[in-house]
Design a protein around this ligand. Structure first.
Ligand SMILES: C[S@@+](CC[C@H](N)C(=O)[O-])C[C@H]1O[C@@H](n2cnc3c(N)ncnc32)[C@H](O)[C@@H]1O
Length: 300
């Protein structure tokens, strides 16, 4: 008799040999997915017999994980901001550190005047940031989720439909290169997790990153900050006076990203750390002198 524990142990050995850093957790989650069980049930029923057909469903998943395909792609889901997001190879797997950007964005919005807010999430991917914000904001608020990848937008659209009951603010989706096509001085907040890895960082990254869209990772320019520079220039144009740009950056990019924000004409520049203490969120503000629209009262 082959037990759940036997299959799990064999999977752990193979995953460890393949260099997976969390072999026990991954084995439990792959078994749970293949069997249609909760992870708690996999742990509780380790001594139970597993029929051969069920064991066969586990095998191809373990083989793919051994080739270092991200676990989230194998199970088709990743939780972000307590929202279960569908993910596949068309989009970046949302990372926990991106929740820092959501937290900072909400804090800035809540410190400002109440009333409807207009927000853009640039490079929305699965829709992670846009949907997290929409789950926290009010019915009058609007989040526009932008991406230049049509296939990423298809995933974001599916997640918007799936999570409609969790989102109070309206979420619009649009295909765009950065902020092209967005009206000047129209937004209260531009938020983004743009691609920001340099080619050198990509070359030495974990094998899992090779499965994610290169356009979601490679930031351009030698330092990886090409997309961030373009985004900040766009943000300076589309933000109303007093509006915020909040952009995820990589550890060690704080000084260069802050310089780029000042070059773009933004002020009140800060670099905030994530929970691990690494540079993570660039915060900058459009100055009062940059008003170009007709919104003298600062409301959307
Ligand atoms: C790092 S991923 C972030 C995805 C998602 N926001 C998240 O945090 O999980 C970057 C996203 O930006 C998109 N992207 C890259 N360059 C872009 C550009 N110039 N304009 C718009 N979107 C872009 C990619 O298609 C990808 O979906």
């Amino acid at each position: 008799m082959t037990s759940v524990g036997d299959v799990s142990r064999a999977a752990v050995d193979r995953l460890r040999a393949a260099g997976v850093t969390t072999p026990e957790l991954d084995a439990e989650l792959l078994l749970a997915f293949a069997l249609g069980w909760s992870r708690a049930r996999v742990l509780a029923e380790r001594r139970s017999a597993l029929d051969p057909a069920a064991a066969e469903r586990v095998e191809p998943l373990v083989a793919r994980r051994c080739r270092r395909e991200p676990l989230a792609y194998l199970v088709g889901e990743r939780e972000f901001w307590s929202l279960p997001l569908r993910v596949d190879a068309r989009v970046l797997v949302p990372r926990p550190e991106t929740e820092t950007v959501v937290e900072v964005a909400l804090a800035r919005l809540r410190s400002g005047p109440p009333g409807p807010r207009r927000i853009a999430d640039v490079g929305t991917g699965s829709g992670a940031i846009a949907l997290a914000l929409a789950s926290e904001l009010g019915p009058g608020d609007e989040v526009t989720a932008l991406d230049r990848s049509a296939s990423a937008l298809a995933v974001a659209r599916a997640n918007r439909a799936r999570l409609a009951g969790r989102c109070r603010a309206r979420v619009e989706l649009a295909r765009a290169d950065l902020l092209d096509g967005v009206a000047s001085a129209a937004l209260d907040l531009v938020v983004a997790n743009p691609p920001y890895l340099s080619d050198a960082e990509l070359a030495r990254a974990e094998p899992e990153l090779a499965f994610e869209p290169r356009d979601a990772l490679a930031g351009g320019d030698r330092d990886g900050l090409g997309a961030v520079r373009g985004l900040l220039a766009g943000a300076a144009r589309v933000l109303r006076a007093g509006g915020w740009a909040i952009v995820e950056i990589g550890a060690g990019q704080g000084a260069a990203a802050a310089a780029a924000a000042l070059d773009a004409g933004l002020g009140e520049v800060e670099v905030l750390p994530d929970l691990a203490g690494r540079d993570r969120a660039l915060v900058a503000r459009a100055g009062k002198c940059t008003v170009r629209g007709d919104r003298a009262d600062g409301a959307a």
